[in-house]
Design a protein around this ligand. Sequence first.
Ligand code: VAH
Length: 314
Amino acid sequence: TLLIIGAGGQLGTELTAELRSVYGSANVIASDIQPPKPEQLEEGPFEQLDAMDAQRLAAIIDQYKVTQVYLLAAILSAKGEQNPKFAWDLNMKSLLNVLDIAKEKKLSRVYWPSSIAVFGPNSPVDNTPQDCVMDPNTVYGISKLAGERWCEYYFHKYNVDVRSLRYPGLIGYKTLPGGGTTDYAVDIFHKALKNETFECFLKEDSYLPMMYMPDAIKATIDLMHAPSEKLSVRSSYNVGAISFSPKEIFEAIKKHQPSFQISYNPDYRQKIADTWPNSVDDSRAREDWGWKPKYLLDGMVEDILENLPVYHSI
Ligand code: VAH
């Protein structure tokens, strides 16, 4: 049985759906600090869980005989800067709870997402390598870098099979933006479809590595299904797909929506984006477990503009 912690989030919502189609709904327990939405209960087993509550976590794992845990609960970069202590506590306590339980109960797999936020002002900015200087200066990035070190430690010292990806900004149409610096690229579609002018909180030429959600879901499942001996990285793998600026995604949308307008009003999130790469080198993921993204910018834009209105019945 699989347990998804943070199943109601941007990644959790889509990963839970995909894992249920792969393993069967009854075998994937969704959990989140928020009470279940009616549709979540229809889809399969749900438990309310605070990721920092180790006792409740252990009880759920025993009750459902859980063998794999996906820990997707976290406070993202922008929101983390508004509440640094809480972001650190949640991001770290939840990970250490899961790693300890995985060690004690000999869970077969653990998944924990890292992020390009582990890179900082002194990391190489183009084609950022798998291994390089990492001096993150957001609490979110600091917690993800520390988390990567703990994952590698528990793998080597206690043989916990924990796996991780350094996601770029994830773009999907099924959930609303969740406090990330890259979430302008989610919100822009909602504004386009309401034909409102989009106020962008980053400057027009602010390049960031991004990935369409279907590619992120496939990368996660491919990594979790890869034979353990193929994995040369036990901190977290760089994975890249598309890099674009607000101007570029705006132009790509405008091709379909000629009346769409944008204005640029950079705020505190610009300082966060400036410390992150423009693109990453993901050759290690390609060599070790066959990573290959499917979506480029235009394909992603077309797919979202087609599906978002239907999904949100706009
Ligand atoms: C954020 N979407 O903006 C997340 C992600 C690389 C960005 O970690 O905080």
